[in-house]
Design a protein around this ligand. Structure first.
Ligand code: ADP
Ligand code: MG
Length: 338
């Protein structure tokens, strides 16, 4: 008799969870991305004990119809792509159909969701097993509560950093999601304390100000540039406003927050010799491009992407920022506040 057998679905989900759900911040990221993909205009996030006790995300988006609710928690089930062709022109943040089953396999989840037509549907899943499903009375949108994250994967729980570090990671990802979706009103509360609130009025500088403060926002200058393949826009700080880390540079590619070494360095290079050694600017840069030019299917967390013509984009970024900074320096300081 052969020795090979297919893994039980819950076990397979837990294995996938190892990649998708590294820490509480990954859960927050996946749930908020789902809310964004569902066309929400308001997303409220509440966490308790750095997300280990509870993560709650409420949105006013499309909701899920009753017959799809169970399916949403099955592996590789998604409403976002259908054919191979779709994979090469992804416009949504999600597409792998992995997040909900992964999260539900390592926690205790209750989701209540409603489309335009009542009633709502409430599903309770713990450790990947459906506990109950019933009707509710919620209006359109989705509320998902994740309790006791990693309760059944003690090794993962042990691997986590301090509560403070995990909270900082949550705050960081929510900030980037808010920066990349300025038309959505976000709020983030930790143990009842409000950490972020954005207006959702589409103004990048205001969202930036809600995150980093008005004083910092006032030192940001707008950039705009384009070539045949790419459009870059956003804000960069005056060379006088710097930090000791590159983390204040946010790159948003077609609305997706990405990490990319070459592009981050392109932003820094745009300052020429104007930055002191070891100091880095603030920047929020929207990069618009044809989805055909980017492969987001590189890693389960979708933060790394492969960009065709990356070198061309690097050149555009360097040039756009360099020219804008040079322009700023032409204005004598005395006239700046007029
Ligand atoms: P993916 O986002 O890759 O499609 P997920 O496991 O994150 O996979 O979600 C599965 C499906 O559940 C989504 O494709 C979507 O149809 C639905 N869904 C999840 N969260 C929400 C939400 N907040 N509002 C509406 N639909 C949702
Ligand atoms: Mg998703």
């Amino acid at each position: 008799m052969g020795k090979i057998h297919e893994l039980a679905a819950v076990l397979a989900d837990q294995i996938a969870a190892g990649e998708v759900v590294e820490r509480p911040a990954s859960v927050v990221k996946e749930l908020v991305e789902n809310a964004i993909d569902a066309h929400s205009t308001q997303i409220d996030i509440e966490i308790e004990d750095s997300g280990l006790k509870k993560i709650n995300v409420v949105d006013n988006g499309d909701g899920i119809i009753a017959s799809d609710v169970e399916l949403a928690f099955r592996r590789h089930s998604t409403s976002k792509i259908t054919t191979k062709k779709d994979l090469f022109k992804i416009k949504t943040l999600g597409f792998r159909g992995e997040a909900l089953p992964s999260i539900a396999s390592v926690s205790d989840v209750i989701m209540e969701t409603a489309t335009r037509l009542p009633p709502s549907n409430i599903i309770h899943i713990k450790g990947g097993k459906i506990i109950s499903q019933k009707m509710g009375a919620r209006s359109q949108g989705t509320e998902i509560s994740v309790f006791d994250l990693f309760f059944n994967t003690p090794a993962r729980l042990k691997y986590l950093k301090s509560m403070q570090t995990e909270l900082a990671a949550i705050s960081d990802i929510v900030n980037r999601l808010a920066l990349s979706h300025t038309n959505i009103a976000f709020s983030l509360k930790s143990n009842g304390r409000l950490l972020l609130e954005t207006a959702g009025n589409g103004k990048l500088q205001q969202t930036f100000s809600a995150i980093y403060g008005v004083k910092t926002a006032r030192k940001m200058i707008e950039i705009n540039g384009e070539d045949l393949d790419f459009k870059v826009s956003g804000f960069v700080s005056l060379p006088e406003l710097t930090r000791a880390s590159k983390t204040y540079i946010s790159l948003l590619l077609n609305g997706r927050y990405i990490r990319n070494y070459q592009l981050t360095n392109a932003v820094i290079k745009g300052y020429g010799s104007k930055l002191m050694v070891g100091r880095y600017p603030f920047a929020v840069i929207n990069i618009g491009l044809d989805p055909l030019l980017v492969d987001v299917n590189v890693h389960p967390t979708k933060q790394q992407v492969r960009i065709s013509k990356e070198e061309e984009l690097v050149q555009l970024l360097v040039k756009t920022i360099y020219q804008r900074i040079a322009q700023e320096n032409l204005i004598p300081d005395a006239l700046k506040n007029i």
